[in-house]
Design a protein around this ligand. Structure first.
Ligand SMILES: *Cc1c(COP(=O)(O)O)cnc(C)c1O
Length: 369
């Protein structure tokens, strides 16, 4: 059938027709009409975190990781020392990119099935005055754990250290309030919970640290300070903008606002997540995480113990039924992941549960009931 499969992945994800249609137009990057779209979008992004008084937002070309790199390069001085709170794959990626950019990086390791601990962080910061910045992954997409952002922000503020947050997979779905949660930089992207298409990220930078960021970046293209200065001066992007991605994101954000903003988006995803977990539980499939740690973004499930199980076959059988699943990212246990985000609701999640049941039975794996 000539129909796109539903993407049950953490981005790219299923978008609305309205968002897709917004891309059927060419824009001049120097043109006032396009620059007005950029300006309006930046203002709407600040609305989402209540950040107009405290932060600026700087868009950047590339996938989400490009913006994480840019945030670290821009905010952390070259002799800075970054502590990464590590409970999964995206935390490890943040530590690696920090190190590759020549900044000193340390890691506190937590279990993949637990949240990072603000108390352990507090003790570590008290013992090591050389740590200048902390990196937190808000929702660790590798497993689906929601980390305690507000508590970590409070610890960093009390200890007088900078905080960089990768909120890639939580932004727009989970509450983030710049008035009460202090962060120096917060990173998100177009192709996640705002339901745009992939191709650009954006970084909120705290106004109070902005001047001190000049000259930190060892990279020309990744320098968010420069990107911000240029944009303020000219209203334009510094280098060629991803015009189609930008206007698609603007259209996606218009729909986000119409839906009722973060609260409504978060509620729809929570509903999707509940249908998924209850539906798969009825098929005998158990989530990897305890319920209180689970973000309503992506769910890691234990693979069936049955000898006939094979992820590649399972994936193909689900795809044949119109649903794209996601492999697990854990080394110790065999898992698979299912996303709850994107322009999907109850109908799609219920159909996805049915597709998973049919796929298992096709593989010869019996399901309860
Ligand atoms: C998606 C994601 C990223 C960015 O990944 P890209 O593949 O570069 O888009 C970074 N951090 C987290 C937590 C993510 O979920």
């Amino acid at each position: 059938m000539d129909r796109d499969p539903i993407l049950l992945t953490p981005g790219p994800l299923t978008t609305t027709l309205r968002t897709k249609l917004a891309m059927l137009k060419d824009w001049g990057s120097w043109d006032a009409d396009f620059n007005a779209v950029t300006a309006r979008l930046r203002s709407q992004l600040l609305d989402i975190v209540h950040g107009h008084d405290t932060h600026v937002v700087v868009p950047l070309q590339g996938s989400g990781t490009f913006s994480v790199e840019a945030a670290v390069a821009t905010v952390v001085p070259r002799d800075g020392h970054v502590l990464v709170l590590d409970n999964g794959a995206y935390c490890k990626r943040a530590a690696k990119l920090t190190q590759l950019m020549g900044r000193r990086a340390s890691v506190i390791a937590f279990g993949e099935d637990e949240a990072v601990s603000p108390r352990v962080l507090e003790t570590k910061l008290a013992k090591d005055a050389s740590i200048t910045h902390v990196i937190l992954i808000h929702c660790e997409t590798g497993t689906g754990v929601l980390n305690p952002f507000a508590e970590v922000a409070a610890v960093c503020e009390r200890a007088g250290r900078g905080l960089i947050v990768d909120a890639m997979s939580s932004f727009g779905a989970i509450e983030i309030d710049a008035r009460t949660m202090r962060f120096d930089a917060l990173v998100a992207a177009s192709g996640k919970c705002l339901e745009g298409v992939p191709g650009m990220g954006f970084v909120f930078l705290r106004k109070a640290i902005l001047d001190a960021c000049a000259g930190n970046s060892q990279s020309l293209a990744m320098d968010l300070y420069d990107q911000h200065q240029y944009m303020e001066k000219t209203t334009q992007w510094r280098f060629t903008p991803p015009t189609h991605v930008m206007v698609a994101l603007a259209e996606a954000v218009a729909q986000f606002v119409e839906e009722g903003g973060q609260a409504a988006r978060g509620a729809r995803y929570a509903d999707n997540c509940r249908i998924l977990i209850e539906g798969l539980a009825a098929l005998g499939l158990e989530p990897f995480l305890r319920a209180e740690l689970q973000a309503p973004i992506i769910v890691t499930f234990h693979a069936p113990k049955h000898p006939a199980y094979d992820f590649k076959r399972f994936y193909a059988a689900a795809k044949a039924r119109g649903f794209i699943l996601y492999p697990g990212k854990l080394t110790e246990v065999e898992t698979f992941r299912v996303g709850c985000i994107g322009a999907i609701g109850r109908n799609e999640m219920t159909q996805a549960v049915n597709a998973v049941g049919d796929a298992l039975r096709e593989m010869g794996i019996p399901t309860p009931g």
